[in-house]
Design a protein around this ligand. Structure first.
Ligand SMILES: [Zn+2]
Length: 119
């Protein structure tokens, strides 16, 4: 299953980073494009299962789906595509090219005891 492979590589990446920092990961954020058929629940479940017994056990995974983007040929602006009503957000034109879907990306890992955030 797609999600299992993704979860496995996320756990590998985060565990590696945790080892090099000697810190326990508590939260990670990943993003993927709208067209990437990732099911959040399936991925979270797979992630939890694979994380058992690794430094990633018990951490939280956030998944952000990025909207598909397009570039307007009329005014050059880049806008998020609303699939129900596709037109340029700036000039309302319908002449645009779709940009490649956002890749699967591990954006951020938060470790225990690091001073990310203001607490
Ligand atoms: Zn435009």
């Amino acid at each position: 299953m797609h999600e299992t492979a993704v979860a496995q590589s996320l756990v590998d990446l985060i565990a590696q980073e945790a080892q090099s920092r000697h810190a326990r990961p508590i939260r990670a954020k990943m993003s993927c494009g709208e067209l990437n058929a990732i099911n959040d629940e399936v991925l979270s479940f797979a992630f939890e299962a694979i994380a058992q017994g690794t430094p990633c056990e018990g951490m939280t995974l956030e998944i952000e789906h990025k909207a598909l983007q397009a570039k307007c040929r009329t005014c050059g602006s880049i806008f998020a595509v609303d699939l129900t009503d596709v037109k340029c957000a700036s000039c309302g034109g319908g002449d645009f090219e779709l940009l490649p879907d956002a890749p699967l990306l591990l954006e951020q890992i938060e470790f225990e005891g690091t001073d990310d955030g203001e607490s």
